[in-house]
Design a protein around this ligand. Structure first.
Ligand SMILES: Nc1ncnc2c1ncn2[C@@H]1O[C@H](COP(=O)(O)OP(=O)(O)OP(=O)(O)O)[C@@H](O)[C@H]1O
Ligand SMILES: [Mg+2]
Length: 281
């Protein structure tokens, strides 16, 4: 089942088509991860799924109704979207920014409820930003700021959560923490999540459903174990690699070909047929 789906979706900026005739059914209650090279249309697709971008043709459907026909506030109560490079209002504090996630839930007769308070507190605790509550967002480190944005998206408490590269700027421990948090929300609360990730190995670890895009089209989709192969990495990223089982999870682990260095340089100079290196790029 898919509450959110794209049908024949074509997306363009002025006269440049970026995504062509894309069909995508986001599986309910699952974590879907979108991967693909820079500029292939991942963010553009995600923005259209969250109605930040109007389709040139085709449509995005939520519960069978075109997004364009659903009131904005109702969409915001169902779909939370964290864009790739969000911009905070100047001099806003962390607590105020996270609180903005509650706007879709507020009524004119009740501006702020205990439920709002709880959601904000909970979102800040889960993303480890409680201690930053009174700081100005402008003066945070890249990673701290990223966690504050994630807190805002969580505070919205939507069934569908769309996250565009939520691990950018995060150190490795915080990357794992954020992705674990997303998985936990999915597991404990049945939330449907779509994440754009650059790290193929993290994608393979965290995705139930992996979508590989290239030049505005879906090239492959399915369980990571079926999708992530050396052929796919070559086709989508133009990179030679070997794919081995991740020693911890068993999911596919992409190991790129030999890096440039003295050995490879010598081999290239000789243009030798040396087969010792199984993968020389
Ligand atoms: N606001 C915009 N106006 C015009 N062109 C845009 C705009 N946003 C993106 N594009 C173009 O659309 C194409 C797809 O961009 P998009 O941001 O969807 O790529 P992406 O797959 O998310 O890439 P990345 O991995 O670098 O984030 C690119 O060629 C980009 O230059
Ligand atoms: Mg992007």
């Amino acid at each position: 089942m898919s509450r959110l789906r794209a049908q024949g979706l074509t997306l363009a900026y002025e006269d440049r088509t970026v995504v062509s005739d894309l069909d995508l059914a986001v599986p309910d209650g699952r974590v879907t991860v979108i991967v693909g090279p820079n500029a292939c249309g991942k963010s553009t697709t995600l923005r259209a799924l969250g109605r930040l971008l109007r389709p040139r043709s085709g449509s995005v459907l939520l519960d069978g109704t075109e997004l364009a026909k659903i009131p904005t506030k109702r969409i915001a109560r169902s779909i939370g979207l964290l864009p790739q490079s969000p911009v905070a209002p100047e001099a806003i504090t962390v607590a105020d920014l996270v609180s903005r996630g509650r706007q879709p839930h507020q009524r004119w007769w009740q501006q702020w409820s205990e439920e709002d308070e709880r959601a904000v507190r909970d979102a800040m605790a889960r993303t480890d930003v409680t201690a930053l509550a009174d700081r100005s967002v402008d003066e945070l480190s890249g990673g701290q700021r990223q966690r504050v944005w994630i807190a805002m998206a969580l505070a919205q408490e939507t069934d569908l959560l769309l996250l565009d590269e939520p691990t950018t700027f995060l150190d490795i421990a915080h990357q794992v923490e954020v992705l674990d948090l997303v998985r936990r929300l999915n597991h404990e609360q049945g939330r449907t999540v779509v994440i754009v990730l650059h790290d193929l190995n993290q994608a393979a670890r965290y995705a139930d459903h992996l979508v590989a895009m290239k030049a505005g089209r879906v090239v492959a989709e399915g369980p990571p174990a079926d999708v992530v192969t050396a052929e796919l990495v070559r086709e989508v990223f133009g990179l030679e690699s070997i794919v081995v089982p991740d020693p911890v999870t068993g999911s596919p682990l992409v190991v790129p070909g030999a890096p440039y260095g003295p050995r490879r340089a010598a081999a290239e100079d000789e243009d030798s047929e040396d087969t010792e290196d199984p993968i020389r790029t």
